[in-house]
Write a protein of this length. Structure first.
Length: 227
């Protein structure tokens, strides 16, 4: 999913850069409500895990590549605003220090992976949670569904950006087919990994999982309620 330099024209790159700056600015404000001394370490662990997962790139054709995104995982564990910041930091380190993703395309990559993937994954997670029982056991399946949907959603967003400002000599339908088909497969892997990781953390420390706090508090109140 990392977009290289020169794949998107300058005008479109500037536009996605502006979107990225606006999104990160909002995330800086929103993260203040999600983080405290007890939950801040979770954000660091999430960023480290996403960094490691995104380093495993493989080509999917039409000049593009694919890898795990980690947006839904980060949002469920640390909160959606914090997830935006964590993935943004990961993308900046990868671009500036490891040449993974173009510098001029940094705004595009942040828009796709730190904004679109996180937003779609979190909203799907919240929607699935709304129809499942209010229990901590429902958190992992909902996170898995959100993770699955978020990956092709980001791929579709990239295709839309490419349609507006793509410069590579590759037909739009070729890019769409390559991105969507492969990222549906990647989405399945992301769903499995996200579900397993979230389930493991919820089983040990549900109080530290942002997406499980309401269920954890409800269970705690039930335990304390007099018979």
């Amino acid at each position: 999913m990392h977009v290289p330099d020169g794949f998107i024209d300058a005008t479109t790159s500037l536009a996605t850069g502006a979107v990225a700056v606006a999104g990160v600015t909002l995330a800086l404000r929103g993260a203040r409500r999600e983080l405290d001394d007890r939950t801040a370490p979770m954000a660091g662990l999430v960023a480290t895990f996403v960094f490691a997962g995104q380093m495993m790139n493989f080509p999917v054709g039409a000049g593009t590549s694919g890898h795990l995104l980690g947006g839904t995982l980060a949002a469920v564990l640390a909160g959606p605003w914090t997830a935006v910041l964590a993935i943004t930091v990961v993308l900046m380190v990868q671009s500036l220090l490891m040449a993974d993703g173009g510098i001029t395309a940094l705004g595009t990559n942040i828009t796709l992976m730190a904004l679109v993937a996180v937003a779609v994954g979190w909203l799907v997670f919240v929607g699935v949670r709304a129809v499942l029982p209010r229990r901590t056991a429902s958190v992992a399946p909902a996170a898995a569904v959100g993770a699955f949907v978020s990956v092709p959603a980001a791929a579709l967003a990239f295709t839309a950006i490419y349609a507006v400002g793509g410069t590579a000599p590759v037909a739009l339908d070729t890019v769409l087919t390559a991105m969507l088909s492969w990222h549906l497969v990647i989405g399945l892997g992301e769903a499995v990994i996200t579900g397993l990781v979230v389930a493991s953390v919820v089983a040990v420390r549900p109080d530290l999982v942002h997406g499980a706090r309401d269920a954890f508090e409800a269970r705690r109140l039930e335990i304390r309620a007099p018979a």
